[in-house]
Design a protein around this ligand. Structure first.
Ligand SMILES: *Cc1c(COP(=O)(O)O)cnc(C)c1O
Length: 355
């Protein structure tokens, strides 16, 4: 029989932790990867055991399929550990992670400060649903940094950051914003999809809640829809509670596949970084290109924060073309032989088009 050996006292790097965390071969006949547990009902041996099934000291107890199984708990453990958070929960999409995180902390009458560069469907949720719930939604300039203090009011409950921002890629001064937020007892939520837990350790910068579209690099092969919310300890119980109230869950098959992808996340991201940089530099030299929007290029808005806070750049960036007839742009995109036309990103191939 295999016995678990303690790794607690070893000082391990990211790549090693992404490999050894979130698996327990000793519990599964020595099988390296935790099998897929497909479950709704969980059987309990006695009435007494059933009555005591919710042990608050054990957040990873197998109680009912909705609340998770070893297949989902293992992925939660690895991503929380990699980013330096305390707990993580899985959801069926990145957007569900955003809406579940926001509604954990917002009630009618509260004020939300949200970066003007957030992922578009996030904005739709704020403008349509949060406003209907009488939440006061205010968009702020993502380059504001510590200047965000001037926008804080007595009813401000949440500052939502996305760094770099969608489509224009401004990098935010995260520690300056979390410093202000902490002084005013405001919760900070960061959409960290672009950097992933491998390239930005958001909790060491003071973030309370980090959300991910695992649909992108974490699963990484254009075949999974999944969201993850990672929380600091002081908000973890609130997030898990709201996740439960909304009946959020993710399939064990998708959790298994995403965990398999997370084992190679750091290695894949290095390749994305190199390919993205080579392409960004090539595009910078082209006459047709007005500007390349890439956080790792000097002169990009927030480039200094990128250098200070990020461990690397992922592969997604944007370009602004010099004005030209729409027909020429369409011909260029239609003529591409290696790039596909479609929404989403973070797969092993690349696609994306936003005019
Ligand atoms: C794609 C994306 C999301 C939403 O993820 P889905 O899984 O498609 O719902 C959220 N934030 C960012 C920055 C994204 O790019």
């Amino acid at each position: 029989m295999l016995v678990k050996k303690s790794t607690e006292t070893l000082n391990l790097g990211d790549k090693t932790r992404a490999i050894i965390k979130g698996r327990a071969p000793e519990d599964h006949h020595g099988v390296v990867n935790t099998p897929v547990y497909r479950a709704s009902t969980i059987l309990h041996p006695t009435v007494e055991a059933f009555e005591q099934r919710h042990d608050p000291t054990n957040k990873h107890r197998v109680v009912y399929g909705l609340l998770g199984t070893p297949s989902t708990f293992d992925l939660e453990e690895v991503v929380a550990d990699l980013e330096g958070g305390y707990d993580a929960v899985l959801l069926p999409s990145g957007l569900a992670a955003i809406t579940t995180a926001l509604t954990t902390f917002l009630s009618p009458g509260d004020h939300l400060l949200i970066a003007d560069t957030v992922y578009w469907p996030n904005r739709m949720f704020c403008d349509e649903h949060l406003k209907r719930l009488q939440v006061e939604v205010e968009y702020y300039d993502p380059t504001l940094g510590a200047g965000i203090e001037t926008l804080i009011k007595a009813n401000t409950k949440v500052i939502f950051l996305e760094s770099p921002g969608s489509l224009t890629f401004e990098v935010q001064d995260i520690p300056a914003i979390t410093e202000v937020a902490k002084r005013h007892h405001v919760v900070t939520i960061l959409d960290n999809t672009w950097a992933t837990p491998a390239f930005l350790k958001s909790f060491s910068l003071g973030i309370d809640v980090s959300i991910h579209a695992a649909t992108k690099y974490l699963s990484g092969h254009s075949d999974i829809m999944m969201g993850i919310i990672i929380s600091a300890e002081h908000v973890a119980a609130d997030v898990r509670r709201n996740h439960r109230l909304f009946g959020q869950t993710a399939s064990p098959d998708d959790a298994y596949t995403t965990l398999r992808s997370v084992r190679t996340l750091a290695t894949r991201l290095k390749a994305h970084e190199a390919a993205g940089m080579a392409l960004a530099q090539w595009l910078s030299a082209r006459d047709e290109v007005e500007r390349v929007l890439h956080p790792a290029l000097p002169g990009h808005p927030g480039h200094d924060f990128f250098k200070r806070d990020y461990l690397g750049a992922s592969g997604l960036f944007g370009i602004i073309l010099k004005p030209q007839p729409r027909e020429r742009m369409i011909n260029m995109v239609n003529g591409m032989r290696l790039f596909g036309i479609g929404a989403s990103w973070g797969g092993y191939e690349e696609s994306g088009w936003q005019s």
